[in-house]
Design a protein around this ligand. Sequence first.
Ligand code: NAP
Length: 283
Amino acid sequence: MAGMVLDGKAYAKELEGELQARVEQLQKKTGGEPPILATILVGSDPASATYVRMKGNACRRVGMESQSVALPEETTTEELLATIDELNASPRVRGILLQHPVPKQIEERECFDRIAIEKDVDGVTSHGFGRMAMGEAAYGSATPAGIMRLLKRYGIDPSGKEAVVVGRSPILGKPMAMMLLGANATVTICHSRTKNLAEIVQRAEIVVGAVGRPEFIKGSWIRDGAVVVDAGYHPGGVGDIELSAVIDRCSAWTPVPGGVGPMTIATLIAQTVEAAEKAAGIA
Ligand code: NAP
């Protein structure tokens, strides 16, 4: 039997409708101008430029403003830190998104960590990660937090399940593993030094592909009835998992595109609305 489609595109659209209503309420209460999500793009990577544009568009769809800061490829760490300081100090900016990756000469971690925690709506700071990992209130990294929302929406409770996350990047694999752990899954994290990857993936009742290589995780590694979450995206609409080989025998799966991607953006926007509500004292 074909697995249930975890339709991130449809759910993200529904969430946007709710967020739009919340932004309207917020403005009525504050009588002020709409909150701003500031986006910072360093360099000219076309894929990053597209992601930033999509995030700005989503922001406007729910009635917020977006302020896009574009910095040249040769920007230094100090210059980027100064930009972040300005946005931290700006009262109308409620959220700051620094698009990953930044050019190599920049200390990305130092820059992420400069974002004020109350404006870290993309969940990239070490402080935010630590709080999330400790089970304290924090904005989660947008992609894994979006995946958790999607699982919840479809009634998939990770509690007691064997979850395998393939990938351990700071914005995806690692926070994903901590969020699944926080939801009481038994979590294994795999990475480039993992031995017997296929065998480990075979154990998973929930498998998350966050490798960054097209169809790297083979359908044959995945057991019948698993929940298959593909966070990857590559040109041509291919993810990190060989989905075509598994959709007929898994219990649920995220399409690429239309699964995890739209949930990432919706989560970023939701966290920005929440930050604006908190700043206005109504959340
Ligand atoms: P990344 O920083 O390149 O991390 C990739 C991870 O995969 C690393 O932890 C790496 O292990 C691991 N890996 C690489 N080769 C491996 C192998 N042969 N076996 C096992 N593990 C291996 O990538 P990322 O930023 O996490 O992104 C992962 C994917 O998600 C990409 O396809 C990206 O396009 C996608 N993504 C999607 C969204 C979205 O909104 N939908 C957002 C972000 C990323 P090591 O740590 O050992 O090097």
